[in-house]
Design a protein around this ligand. Structure first.
Ligand code: AMP
Ligand code: GLY
Length: 422
């Protein structure tokens, strides 16, 4: 079989590595991939948002199955375009990807179908939003409606910060048209859990739970990033909480999307907060998380391609999806300065031998040299029998990776280990 994976980050590298375990796959193309992915797939210089070119490439190269991984092409309708061209595809159609593409849509969906989430108001007018903030409970959370590279959420600790956030999103258009509408919502507290799930629109199968570390600095300080590391499973996510989420969140969401005529197929990501009033949805993503995928897929013991195809074909209910009993930790090696200003172009030296998996997120090839080419450069994942051992192994491995200006957090998994003790 010939497979095509759209995207070019650490998540796509982890997907490609897992797919390669299936021996019926003869060839994997990555569009555009990156300098590190090039060791595992043939990279093609077509951007993830160039939908016409992606479809033309798939037809010319007789692709048997396509995986669209990032949010942008999904929200733009890449799966619809490929499906129309006769290329079966993993991922939701455009009318279902809106669950991530519009926060106003997802909040209204949850309200309509009684799915637990933070209380909220929607505004399309900055003056009305600012007037509302005069009496809104503080802290409060301001969210741009559309996609904003993971940066469209502002936690305002004071009224002044909240007003400034509204002005920068709605008047200064910090996130362009993504900020034409905003959601102002209740500030929630509690441990966060990421649950990625496979769904064919009938059955929903949660994957092993994970925990992201979004802030740039140790002890959750500094700016929000795309994610500086992950661990799986998430110790806060007990069997009882999992059962409650299945009943009150996962199944109701899949049913709600069907009822709206927006059947969701692919990976539906639930960003949850475990509040003292029960689990609540913080966000939905219409795709695999990055860097959650880098800890979740190494623990999958079933064949990824079989499971993906079952979501497309509607046969997930008859398909085995199993995870190992072990644990995984991923430490992101980033360029110093990320997510703000950083320098690129430094040579990366990888260890000749390692018992970790190194997923490349931001790198390019210069001859046979691998150079840094992004904020998040590598994800170093280790799998072990216990979380503690996985964390130790991941840190031992990240220390064997060299490039100038390397930066990583030193406390990935520390909070999870503490939670396990209690
Ligand atoms: P998102 O971009 O939607 O993943 O949001 C980024 C982060 O903001 C989340 O991971 C949470 O830590 C935080 N966040 C979002 N919504 C809320 C909320 N209602 N209350 C508290 N924190 C939130
Ligand atoms: N790691 C969070 C996300 O993929 O959105």
């Amino acid at each position: 079989m010939k497979i095509m994976v759209v995207g070019g980050g650490g998540r796509e590298h982890a997907i490609i590595r897992k797919l390669k375990e299936n021996k019926s796959i003869e060839k994997i193309y990555a569009l555009p991939g990156n300098g590190g992915i090039a060791a595992d797939a043939e990279c093609v210089a077509i951007g993830a948002k160039e939908i016409d070119k992606i479809v033309a490439f798939a037809k010319e190269n007789k692709i048997d199955y396509a995986v669209v991984a990032p949010d942008d092409p999904l929200v733009l309708g890449a799966v619809d375009a490929l499906t129309d061209a006769g290329v079966p595809c993993f991922g939701p159609a455009k009318n279902a990807a809106i669950i991530e593409g519009s926060k106003v849509f997802s909040k209204n969906l949850m309200k309509k179908y009684g799915i637990p989430t933070a209380k909220y108001e929607v505004f399309s007018d900055a003056k009305k939003a600012i007037a509302y903030l005069e009496t809104a409970p503080i802290p409060t959370v301001i969210k741009a409606d559309g996609l904003a590279l993971g940066k469209g959420v502002i936690i305002a600790l004071t009224r002044e910060e909240a007003v400034a956030a509204v002005r920068s999103i709605m008047e200064d258009k910090q996130f362009g048209d993504s900020g034409n509408n905003i959601v102002i919502e209740e500030f929630l507290e509690g441990p966060e859990v990421s649950v990625l799930s496979f769904t064919d629109g009938k059955t929903v199968v949660p994957m092993i739970s994970s925990m992201d570390h979004k802030r740039a600095g140790d002890n959750d300080t500094g700016l929000n990033t795309g994610g500086m590391g992950t661990i799986a499973p998430n110790p806060y996510y007990t069997d009882a909480i999992a059962a409650e989420c299945m009943e009150k969140i996962f199944i109701p969401t899949v049913n709600a999307m069907n009822a709206e005529g927006r059947t969701f197929k692919g990976c539906l990501y639930f960003g949850l907060m475990l509040t003292k009033n029960g689990p609540k949805v913080i966000e939905y993503n219409c795709r695999f998380g990055d860097p959650e995928t880098q800890v979740v897929l190494p623990l999958l013991t079933s064949d990824l391609l079989t499971v993906m195809m079952a979501t497309t074909n509607g046969t997930l209910g008859e398909t085995e999806v199993k995870f190992s009993d072990g644990a995984a930790a991923c430490v992101i090696a980033a360029s110093k300065g990320y997510p703000a200003k950083y320098e690129s172009g430094f040579e990366i030296t990888l260890p000749k031998q390692t018992d970790a998996e190194i997923f490349v997120a931001g790198a390019k090839l210069d001859g046979d040299k691998l150079l840094t080419a992004g904020g998040r450069v590598l994800g170093v994942t280790a799998v072990a029998d216990t979380l503690e051992n996985a964390i130790d192994k991941a840190y031992a491995a990240v220390k064997t990776v060299k490039f100038d200006n390397i930066y990583y957090r030193n406390d990935i998994g520390a909070r999870a280990l503490k939670a396990k003790e209690n």
